[in-house]
Design a binder for this molecule. Structure first.
Ligand code: ZN
Length: 407
């Protein structure tokens, strides 16, 4: 509105309203007291805003109890809009459809060939999105936005996948532009480690925290960093490339062009290579983890050594960022204490005590779903509040790639 000058009563009200909506959207549901705490608004202001949002049908309010006392929980109305998450991995494609009240309405994953071309990958994703929307009973014009996860760094300016990405046929392609064009919906793109961090922050092992790191160990190794409740990406979008910390200058050549990066010692190809002479060539990382749980000494040793190396990287991360929690994701996380205990040992050895003291190292609770749920959360975190207010989604009118600003 043209009368909505900054500092005016109505713009202040509007800003407060958006703060409340954002807090509820990211948490799923909150009591009014929790909203007041997380937004810094007074109880009376929160109460007025919640009443207004309830009357407009944007939120629903239900009776609950908090610490033994009666309270009212506020969540977004299930009709407020639909979000779609897509996660492209090295060997899988996963799609989820959810609403703004944090309910996952449909979800499916399908294997994809690592050498699949980008076009074939997009075909598969497009078909899966259409099918799941149908299954959930929503038309495409109800979709507020799509979150897309890809296994590699995204160039902030061009939206193109960097050359160190895990999918070889995808280098230089801008997957966000491509999918926005095909689906006719706004698409937000991020790398898989950032989405894993967001997924665990909103739905999993990081709930309620504002500073954490999610470390994904799979074919590659990457970290998603949450600082002050926000994903930290850096100006170029490549923050969190923990897999390329140098451990040995004379070590094996890495796909990034350097030598002896952490990834060359704990990436799945390296770990499997250590075991093929004893266990055969058809080994997978999940199988190695399974054998380790059954007591196979070679598998246990390989996982423990990987844990020590990961811990060296985690110690560096702790000294720099002092996160409250490090959440391990990816195939190796299923090894549980077999990999977590050696990580903690290395952290105790290499991190400064004040940084390590408050740190907990835990496995993710979402498993292979962390990234696709994080893709749903990405849309909720990046969207403006107009969609949540029940206005028509912009998607059908203005398809386009939404360039994410870093930081
Ligand atoms: Zn490297």
């Amino acid at each position: 509105m043209s009368t909505d000058t900054p500092g005016s009563q109505s713009s202040l009200h509007r800003a407060n309203l958006e703060r409340v909506l954002r807090a509820v959207r990211m948490a799923g549901s909150l009591t009014q007291a929790e909203i007041a705490r997380s937004t810094g608004l007074s109880a009376a202001t929160v109460s007025n805003i919640v009443r207004e949002l309830k009357e407009s049908g944007t939120v629903v309010v239900a009776d609950t109890s908090s610490g033994g006392r009666r309270a009212r929980s506020v969540s977004l109305s299930g009709d407020a809009g639909i979000v779609v998450g897509i996660d492209f991995g090295h060997t899988h494609l996963r799609v989820a459809v959810g609403n703004l009240a944090h309910r996952v309405l449909a979800e499916e994953s399908a294997p994809i060939d690592v050498d699949v071309s980008a076009a074939q990958g997009f075909d598969r994703a497009e078909a899966l999105v259409e099918r799941l929307l149908q299954q959930a009973g929503f038309r495409p014009d109800k979709v507020i936005g799509v979150g897309l996860g890809v296994p590699g760094p995204i160039d902030v300016e061009t939206g193109a996948l960097g050359s160190t990405a895990i999918l070889p046929g995808w280098t230089g392609i801008a997957p966000g532009h491509e999918l926005a064009e095909r689906l006719g919906m706004p698409v937000h793109v991020d790398n898989d480690a950032n989405l894993g961090a967001l997924g665990e922050l909103v739905w999993g092992a990081g709930r309620g925290l504002s500073d954490l790191a999610y470390i994904k160990v799979a074919s590659g190794v990457g970290a998603g960093l949450v600082v002050n409740g926000q994903i930290y990406r850096g100006p170029g979008g490549t923050a969190g490339e923990i897999g390329h910390i140098t451990l040995d200058e004379a070590g094996p050549v890495c796909r990034c062009g350097n030598r002896g990066c952490l990834e060359t010692f704990v990436g799945s190809r390296y770990l499997l290579g250590l075991l093929t002479s004893t266990l055969g060539p058809d080994l997978t990382l999940p199988r190695v983890v399974e054998l380790a749980h059954q007591g196979d000494l070679g598998c246990r040793r390989v996982i423990a050594d990987a844990g020590r190396q990961i811990g060296t990287g985690v110690a560096t991360l702790c000294n720099l960022l002092n996160p409250r929690r490090v959440i391990l994701g990816g195939d190796l996380a299923d090894a549980g204490e077999l990999v977590l205990a050696p990580i903690r040992d290395s952290v105790a050895r290499y991190a400064i005590p004040s940084a390590a003291r408050q740190l907990s190292v835990v496995p993710g609770t979402l498993g292979g779903r962390a990234e696709v749920l994080g893709a749903l959360a990405l849309v909720m975190s990046e969207m403006g509040d107009s969609g949540a207010l029940g206005r028509p989604a912009q998607a059908s009118a203005a398809p386009g790639f939404v360039a994410r600003t870093a930081g």
